[in-house]
Design a protein around this ligand. Structure first.
Ligand code: PLP
Length: 430
């Protein structure tokens, strides 16, 4: 590691940058995807879905092939493609027979869509706190937030590893709740030998451009439950027109959408799925190399992986000990960024702190659903309801985006050198 440069002035103060070149952009799309997409375009059949009961209700040949391959890969009974994982989350909440006013417990340390999918059905998101080391829902906080209105838990496998799903499923079974997992960031992560996302009632993955594998936009729902799968397929494709001919009699939440993914995306998805394991291993190798390079830097905690699990590092999550460092995170990020480290972030703005929750204005302007009689109690989104998540976002969490660049060991050496240089100059940052 280049300790030499530690005597240089920080780039922030006009010294030479620790990283003097741009890194290669992460790009999992190659010639296989080009060929796969081209074949679909040449066939002229870019989507075969029809929103009526019949053979094409389930889509065309690539949709079906991709879904069967996902079922085999993830070891689930049903894989159901959707046009985004946001759509997938909406379908998942609806398929579980959530009623308006029901409460669903969710993590605040996530992308907003995890919680918005709950509100979408006029159910009420209740934010439970997270574990300080894995950043996933803390089962004790979940249990403390259960009320007679609680119907489900949405666990988020944030940054690339599974939530404590056994503990959450145990709580759910004691309180007769359903569990959804948002595994957008952890495709291929293992939880005690099974894939994260496959251990709850319904889970799934994002195929958005920024994720490990992608089809531009897209998502995959997974479940072992036949009835949930039927209802997911109905919500995906104009349920209200299909329930009659199909013979579905439970009309609850059978409000249909067009959440269908096209043939081009599924053809690309087939190639992407073949690459998933290698792409994940690439992130894991970079993370392990970073772990070695950053080990021992005072006041910096490298990622903790839950016992019996693997981490696929969508984000390489670190925590700063601000008291020990005596420098704010903002200042450290500023210094590292000036050295050329791209992709550092403060984690998620806690979802409950977003204006929609702070002002309780979602549907229309008068506070629906919180202000309506369907909401049985006053749910608080005040600062302080999730102190661990709030503190991490406000001052100590430091994430490094791992699906931004394809990093070689030489690249990681430069990043590590930048960290060591900044740490050697902390006094100057005070
Ligand atoms: C990306 C992401 C989503 C949304 O997925 P899209 O496919 O972009 O709609 C939801 N939750 C989490 C945690 C995500 O990272």
């Amino acid at each position: 590691m280049s300790t030499q440069s530690n005597t240089d002035a920080l780039a922030l103060f006009g010294g030479p940058k620790a990283i003097d070149r741009a890194f290669v952009r992460y790009n999992p799309i190659g010639q296989e995807e080009v060929e796969a997409a081209k074949a679909v375009v040449e066939s002229g059949v870019l989507s075969q879905f029809i929103g009526a009961w019949g053979e094409d209700f389930l889509g065309g040949p690539r949709v079906r092939e991709f879904e069967r391959k996902c079922e085999a890969y993830f070891g689930v009974k049903h894989a159901i493609t959707v046009n985004s994982w946001t759509s997938g989350l909406i379908a998942a909440v609806g398929a579980l027979d959530i009623e308006p006013g029901d409460e669903v417990i969710v993590s605040p340390f996530t992308m907003c869509a995890s919680a918005t999918a709950i509100l979408h059905w006029n159910a009420i998101p209740v934010f439970a706190d997270i574990e300080p080391d894995t950043f996933c829902l803390d089962p004790r906080s979940v249990e403390a937030n259960i009320t007679p209105q609680t119907k489900a838990i949405m666990a988020v496998d944030i940054f690339g590893q599974s939530a404590d799903i056994d503990a959450l499923m145990e709580i759910a079974s004691r309180h007769n709740l359903k569990v959804i997992t948002d595994t957008a960031q952890a495709p291929g992560a293992l939880y005690k030998g099974k894939y994260a996302g496959t251990v709850s009632h319904v889970g799934g993955f994002s195929l958005n451009y920024h994720k490990h594998i992608h089809t531009g936009e897209g998502g995959i729902l997974v479940t072992d439950n036949d009835r949930i799968a039927d209802r997911l397929r109905l919500i995906r494709n104009h349920a209200e027109a299909v329930v009659g001919p199909m013979g579905e009699t439970n009309l609850a939440n059978m409000i249909g959408y067009n959440f269908r993914l096209g043939e081009i995306e599924c053809a690309i998805g087939l190639s992407q799925l073949n690459k998933l394991e290698a792409l994940v291993q690439g992130r894991q190798r970079v993370a392990e190399y970073l772990n070695r390079g950053l080990a021992g830097l005072p006041g910096l905690r490298t990622p903790k992986v839950r016992e019996g699990c693997t981490h696929v590092y969508y984000v390489y999550p670190m925590v700063l000990d601000i008291a020990q460092l005596g420098v704010s995170r903002a200042r450290i990020v500023e210094a590292l960024t000036a050295e050329g480290v791209a992709g550092l972030a403060a984690g998620y703005v806690n979802v409950h702190m977003l204006p929609m929750y702070q002002k309780k204005i979602a549907y229309g302007s008068r506070g629906f659903p919180w202000s309506s009689e369907i909401c049985k109690r006053e749910v608080s989104y005040a600062k302080g309801v999730c102190p661990v998540a709030e503190e991490l976002h406000e001052s100590s969490f430091l994430g490094f985006a791992m699906c931004l660049h394809d990093l070689s060991e030489a690249d990681v050496d430069l990043i590590v050198a930048a960290f060591h240089k900044v740490w050697a100059n902390l006094e100057a940052l005070k």
